[in-house]
Design a protein around this ligand. Structure first.
Ligand SMILES: O=C(O)c1ccccc1NCC(=O)[C@H](O)[C@H](O)COP(=O)(O)O
Length: 210
């Protein structure tokens, strides 16, 4: 099966088009004010409508309360919601059931214990995204983690790899981990929050040829 590619932190119709033209299957819309990639719910809804079924829209929320979660999903109508904070398996399952959309959970890979904890999400989410641990922000850190932590792990649900992926290292990352989906944000930017169409293209080419 061909590799799936998520370009995260898009904020303009031009970069949504660039990602889709390059072969991205998913694009991420970050609704988290401290992030340089933050978009309002109205902006996110417009970008989702702009993509019009050409790629799956992934709405990112971080420890959002129930009211914001409901308003965000109702306004944006994403294909997928990605939780990127300390959301529990039970909360993920509840949102999945009530909203009737895919739910992904990002986990910051510190050590083997993170993988053990990931088992709690089986049956509760549609995909796990293994990312680097939080720094100043919970995601979009631009840092890789030790991919060796995933070696030999028997994945029982869909998953993806994130954290510091770029055109230069994505092929190696796929080769080492066998990731079925790769996700990038800062690796395709010219400055924090500013996506670069050339880098998006280079990333998708490198991922597709791995
Ligand atoms: O990208 C952000 O600014 C962000 C902020 C808060 C929560 C999540 C965020 N991004 C989530 C993603 O899915 C990123 O693509 C992922 O963390 C990888 O980012 P990067 O290391 O910059 O490629």
């Amino acid at each position: 099966m061909s590799i799936q590619i998520k370009i995260c932190g898009l904020s303009t119709p031009e970069t949504v088009d660039a990602a889709i033209a390059a072969g991205a299957t998913h694009f991420g819309l970050v609704h988290f004010e401290p992030s340089p990639r933050h978009v309002s719910l109205e902006q996110a809804a417009a970008l989702r409508a702009h993509a019009a079924g050409r790629a799956k829209a992934v709405l990112l929320l971080v420890n959002a309360d129930p009211q914001l979660t409901a308003r965000a999903i109702g306004t944006v109508r994403p294909d997928i919601v990605q939780f990127h904070g300390n959301e529990t398996p039970e909360w993920c399952a509840l949102v999945r059931e009530k909203a009737g959309i895919e739910v992904w959970k990002a986990l910051g890979m510190r050590d083997a214990g993170t993988l053990e904890h990931s088992a709690d999400f089986i049956g509760k989410v549609d995909r796990l995204l293994f990312d680097s641990p939080a720094k100043a922000l919970p995601g979009g850190t631009g840092e890789t983690f030790a991919w060796g932590l995933l070696h030999g792990h028997r994945h029982v649900i869909d998953w993806g790899l994130a954290g510091g992926l770029s055109p230069a290292n994505v092929a190696e990352a796929i080769g080492q981990t066998g990731a079925p989906l790769v996700d990038t944000s800062s690796g395709v930017e010219s400055a924090p929050g500013v996506k670069d169409a050339g880098l998006i293209r280079a990333f998708c080419e490198a991922a597709a040829s791995a």
